[in-house]
Design a protein around this ligand. Structure first.
Ligand code: SF4
Length: 213
């Protein structure tokens, strides 16, 4: 049973601490998110700076960058994703244990950035894996990455442990592995993962919606 916030504060003044299982569970989850030691291009330099003493990401419980996807639950996509590298990124994501999260850091990771029209660059990693937080910028500053991390923590904190919005690791039917694209004759196959990148809605104005692929 949920306790009214006002009652909770009043009880706190009396020295009575009230909580719920989901609050404790999510408190533990949000303060122990371990990123994978993984960078793709120039944005990675800002990500590295975020972990150093000046910005100190460790303050948020994320001090341990793990060298193995098996020990990490946060993938920070920091840099340009070439089509040659995209299958490896999806494969690493699949190797991470649930619950796992993705932050797409910088213009390249969210849209291809300055290389968007390049034949060899992916126009956003969210075409293949689910992304929890997007950070615009070229490159985003460490403060932006910290803000994204705090946004992720807030989302974890607010997540119910039951019902349709529960975390994937508590849903036996949830999709945990995503198809790894392969190099086809001209492009990656499939070009997008329709589970995470649905077809754009048809235009109601009669004008073409434009291709985003
Ligand atoms: S967004 Fe800018 S800084 Fe980041 S990887 Fe792309 S080109 Fe480099």
């Amino acid at each position: 049973m949920a306790v009214e916030p006002d009652l909770k504060i009043e009880l706190g003044k009396q020295g009575v601490f009230v909580t719920t299982i989901s609050e404790i569970y999510n408190w533990g989850r949000k303060n122990s998110v371990w990123p994978m030691q993984f960078g793709l291009a120039c944005c990675a330099i800002e990500m590295i700076a975020t972990t150093m003493a000046r910005y100190d990401l460790a303050r948020f419980g994320a001090e341990v960058f793990r060298p193995s996807p098996r020990q990490a639950d946060l993938m920070i996509i920091s840099g340009t994703i070439t089509k040659k590298m995209a299958p490896q990124v999806v494969r690493l994501y699949n190797q991470m244990a649930e619950p796992k999260y993705v932050i797409a850091m910088g213009a390249c990771a969210i849209s291809g950035g300055p290389f968007k029209q390049g034949y060899n660059v992916l126009k956003g990693i969210d075409r293949y894996i689910p992304v929890d937080v997007h950070i615009p910028g070229c490159p985003p500053r460490p403060e932006a990455l910290i803000h994204a991390f705090m946004t992720l923590q807030a989302r974890i904190d607010a997540q119910p442990l039951t019902g349709g919005d529960r975390p994937r690791h508590l849903d036996a039917d949830a999709q945990g592995l995503f198809p790894v694209p392969e190099q086809g004759a001209h492009d990656l196959e499939p070009p997008v993962n329709r589970l995470v990148w649905p077809l754009p809605a048809p235009s109601t104005s009669g004008k073409p919606t434009g291709s985003c692929e």
